[in-house]
Write a protein that binds this ligand. Structure first.
Ligand code: C2E
Ligand code: MG
Ligand code: MG
Ligand code: MG
Length: 285
């Protein structure tokens, strides 16, 4: 048994080591093909203003549907696209597609809502990223005020001068900035007052047991208060239960996002399930 196990392990390792380059170029080719075949698409998850229960915005979430492998999770393919560097091109496609969708919603329903877009650290490191974003905005004609970029804490903590410059540019352009997965990585909060942050997204891990874990409840309450004292809006991610919503409402959390309200849906379903309703509500007044 041992011998067999060792043999397998050995085989596994040599394969790994010999073909690392090959694996990477294989991944690169798969992602390239997927982009050419339009296997990537966006879904949008509604965000709800907790005080009113009304739609306040949407988060764009990238999806990959492959004929052979089926649905591949972004938790799997985003890191791969980062490894091959293709996240830069893919990320621009996401921004472009989200901008086109904002325009399409506006034309078909007369309504516009802010769309949050996840931005990888690698995209921000590209020298011409700001320029490319400007190009997309002018090409699609979208109002930059409807764009929100979600960045993870590591980007804000890094204190890299070119990154900070890009963030300032986005602020000047009117694009809002959100800290995603807040509370998962770092203890420093000082960047919140130094950098142009408009929104904190409290990670769903805090929400998961906020009702049974007293320390999580304390942390969430404190985070909301700190953010508000700095003039920063708070979004709670991963709300699945009515009790979680009640907890957050009591503590003046601004916005909620989670399966309680909606799973991520296609752009056309945003129109049919959310925007049309919103329109008939406005008309019936
Ligand atoms: P994220 O930005 O923190 O997005 C929130 C994730 O939580 C999404 O997973 C969403 O579907 C999920 N979620 C929302 N509500 C609930 C809930 O009530 N319960 C549970 N259990 N989950 C909920 P998703 O779509 O699988 O995305 C995973 C991550 O992949 C995202 O986390 C983000 O970091 C990354 N990602 C997605 N799209 C993009 C993209 O276009 N660019 C980049 N760079 N990253 C992306
Ligand atoms: Mg996000
Ligand atoms: Mg998040
Ligand atoms: Mg996340």
């Amino acid at each position: 048994y041992m011998a067999k196990k060792e043999k397998n392990t050995y085989k596994y390792f040599t394969q790994e080591m010999q073909s690392l380059d090959a694996q990477l170029s294989d991944t690169r080719q798969r992602i390239r093909t997927a982009m050419e075949n339009n296997e990537f698409f966006l879904m949008y998850q509604p965000q709800i203003a907790l005080a009113t229960g009304k739609l306040s915005g949407l988060e764009a979430l990238l999806r990959w549907n492959n004929e052979e492998n089926g649905f591949i999770s972004p938790a799997v393919f985003i890191p791969l696209a980062e490894e091959t560097g293709q996240i830069v091109e893919l990320g621009l496609w996401v921004i472009q597609t989200a901008c086109e969708q904002i325009q399409e919603w506006s034309i078909s329903t007369g309504l516009s809502y802010p769309v949050s877009i996840n931005i990888s650290a690698l995209q921000l490191e590209e020298k011409d990223f700001v320029h490319k974003v400007k190009e997309i905005i002018s090409m699609t004609g979208v109002d930059a005020a409807f764009l929100r970029f979600e960045l993870t804490e590591s980007i804000f903590i890094k204190d890299c001068s070119s990154t900070i410059q890009s963030l300032q540019h986005f602020k000047e352009m009117g694009i809002q900035l959100a800290v995603d997965d807040f509370g998962t990585g770092y203890s420093s909060l000082s960047y919140l007052k130094r950098l142009p942050v408009n929104e904190l997204k409290i990670d769903q891990s805090f929400l998961r047991d906020v009702l049974i874990d007293g320390s999580n409840a304390t942390i969430v309450t404190a985070l909301i208060d700190i953010a508000h004292s700095l003039g920063i809006r708070v979004v709670a991610e991963g709300i699945e239960l009515q009790d979680q919503e009640s907890f957050l409402k009591k503590r003046n959390c601004d916005i909620g996002q989670g399966y309680l309200y909606s799973r991520p849906v296609l752009g056309v379903d945003v129109t049919n399930q959310w925007l049309k309703k919103e329109n008939s509500r406005i008309l019936s007044k």
